[in-house]
Design a protein around this ligand. Structure first.
Ligand code: SAM
Length: 231
């Protein structure tokens, strides 16, 4: 379970109403039962339920079961797509070990105004809990493509996924450690101007000869990156 609270020996962690509902209402846990906690900073701790009631309660830290490790310094930079598909993309990106998800407004982005960052962040929390990550990636944006790419830090290498690059021999990036970003366009793809800007920052890579939906492209590209450079 993810908590926004310091973790350490004998530390008591109070639960929100939603967490108490989940642990005591849905999971039917009771006083003395074990719960694993993480907060993105202090590793994973085994705790026991101290107080349990429907509206709240607390957990008491006992022993650290995993030291803190972060995901690799990999971002997913993508344009908002339709709600369910964007939730899917965030969930899978967290499972595939990104450190940050940056949403950008591109020329052909449709749904930027309807983005609910709080909901997407909740999806990221649930995905991190499910896959036993020790960090919840932040979901940020929506940033303008021109601002984001105009101020791009050259030290962060880009895996620019471009369906127009089909036929290239390999999508695999060179094995270069350090910060990376997988960049995926919106449902309508990147405009010619955006493609030019991106080509100035990175060579376009293909994920195969078919045109993938943005969320499929994100999963495929992150998998390729992890297979090559992940740890
Ligand atoms: N241009 C098409 C259109 O008009 O709908 C498709 C864009 S595609 C749905 C969205 C994004 O997924 C693209 O901008 C690109 O980043 C990525 N993508 C899709 N298929 C790809 C492929 N075969 N290789 C590399 N990237 C791909």
């Amino acid at each position: 379970l993810y908590v926004d609270h310091p973790l350490g020996a004998d530390q008591r962690v109070s639960l929100t109403r939603d967490q108490a509902h989940y642990l005591f209402g849905v999971m039917r846990l009771d006083v003395g039962d074990a719960v694993a906690l993480f907060n993105g900073r202090d590793g994973e701790w085994q705790t026991r339920v101290g107080v349990a009631n429907k509206k709240g309660g607390d957990l008491v830290c006992q022993v650290q079961t995993r030291a803190q490790v972060g995901p690799p310094d990999l971002w997913l930079v993508c344009a908002p797509i339709r709600k369910e598909r964007l939730s899917f993309m965030v969930e899978k990106a967290v499972e595939l070990g990104v450190a940050r998800i940056v949403l950008m407004q591109t020329d052909f982005t449709q749904d930027a105004k309807r983005v609910r960052l709080d909901k997407l962040q909740a999806v990221a929390v649930e995905a991190a809990e499910q896959c036993e990550a020790l960090v919840v990636p932040e979901v940020v944006g929506v940033e303008k493509f021109s601002t984001l790419m105009g101020g791009w830090d050259a030290a962060r290498r880009i895996l620019f996924c471009d369906e127009a690059a089909a036929g290239r021999p390999s999508v695999l990036p060179d094995v270069i450690a350090g910060p990376w970003a997988v960049v995926i366009g919106p449902e309508g793809g990147f405009s010619d101007t955006e493609r030019e800007v991106l080509q100035g920052l990175a060579a376009p890579v293909s994920l195969g000869p078919r045109i993938l939906r943005a969320e499929t492209a994100a999963v495929a590209a992150l998998t390729v990156w992890q297979a090559r450079l992940g740890d």
